[in-house]
Design a protein around this ligand. Structure first.
Ligand SMILES: NC(=O)c1ccc[n+]([C@@H]2O[C@H](COP(=O)([O-])OP(=O)(O)OC[C@H]3O[C@@H](n4cnc5c(N)ncnc54)[C@H](OP(=O)(O)O)[C@@H]3O)[C@@H](O)[C@H]2O)c1
Length: 274
């Protein structure tokens, strides 16, 4: 009930990557608490569900800077077509690519930086003047991979460290304005992510480690709860919280070696599964 009241302030929500996984679950969770909200989804493929009578899918490859700029202009027009109310922006689109740096395709690594990093800054900067006028929240989906270097996912982990630090700093830059940010760091979450990143088998089986791996619906529910509570940072699950907390207290070189050993094991399992 409290959440229903809280989300009434938003008239428009923009989600990147609502066609699957966490983004899709966030849209569905928002539809439950704010059925009258205008939903805008930005992704290459169209979500398989109805975005509501005023909702709109914007087909876009966000790693393409020109396409992003064109879509942002259309989005601003769409926001202005809804007269009042705050705006919620969820920067969620992203992907990883598992493997060792010399073996990985450079084009894909650079495209990952374009999507996971550049698009987050670009889209937010283009929409910020409108958000500052109307009030709102910018939710940035980082990862627990943001807390330490991640061998075998080197570019991905570094991209998420950028998102985490940038999003937290932006929250301070915006202090005193009508806009704030929420940085979300999910742990392993059931979605298309692991398949898209090139894992033969998901590294976690559902329910195998309570407080560590969870469903995208659970991540979405916790995200909405954190928005309503005015949190600046959300690490999903108590075990992820402990790992990221103690990991950040350990010497960086040691924590990188440990992370490397865990992720190398996944590589072996990946080969065995093939
Ligand atoms: N799953 C996990 O364990 C986990 C953990 C921590 C953080 N995360 C983060 O959570 C976010 C969502 O991932 P997910 O787990 O829900 O994976 P997912 O199911 O693979 O969803 C990824 C979303 O990103 C969109 N996307 C990919 N490339 C895009 C592009 N070039 N332009 C626009 N949109 C693009 C996809 O839509 P289209 O393919 O239709 O474009 C899809 O909707 C990502 O930022 C990921 O890094 C995931």
């Amino acid at each position: 009930m409290k959440q229903l009241e809280y989300f009434k302030r938003f008239s428009v929500i923009i989600v990147t990557g609502g066609s699957s996984g966490i983004g899709c679950s966030i849209i569905k969770a928002i539809q439950n608490v704010a059925p009258d909200i205008t939903l805008c989804n930005l992704s290459r493929s169209k979500p398989a569900f109805f975005l509501g009578p005023t909702g709109q899918h914007f087909p876009v490859d966000l790693s393409d800077a020109t396409a992003l700029a064109d879509t942002a202009s259309e989005l601003i027009k769409k926001i202005h077509s809804v007269p009042n109310g705050e705006v919620l922006l969820v920067n969620n689109s992203g992907f990883g690519d598992y493997g060792r740096m010399p073996d990985l395709e450079l084009k894909k690594q650079l495209s990952m930086i374009d999507l996971n990093v550049r698009a987050v800054v670009d889209l937010t900067a283009r929409l910020l003047p409108t958000l500052l006028e109307r009030g709102g929240v910018v939710v940035n989906i980082a990862s627990t991979a943001a807390f330490q270097p991640t061998p075998y996912l080197a570019t991905y982990g570094a991209s998420k460290a950028f998102v985490r630090n940038w999003s937290l700093a932006l929250n301070e830059d915006l202090r005193g304005s009508k806009v704030r940010t929420l940085t979300v760091c999910p742990g392993p979450t059931q979605s298309n992510f692991f398949k898209a990143a090139g894992f033969a088998t998901p590294p976690m089986k559902k329910g195998s480690a309570p407080g560590l791996d969870m469903s995208s619906e659970e991540v979405a529910a916790r995200t909405l709860n954190a928005i309503a509570k005015g949190q600046a940072l959300l690490v999903t699950g108590w075990m992820n919280h402990c790992i990221s907390f103690f990991g950040s207290k350990m010497p960086l070189v040691a924590v990188t070696r440990i992370g490397g050993a865990i992720l190398r094991k996944m590589r072996l399992e990946q080969h065995r599964a093939q």
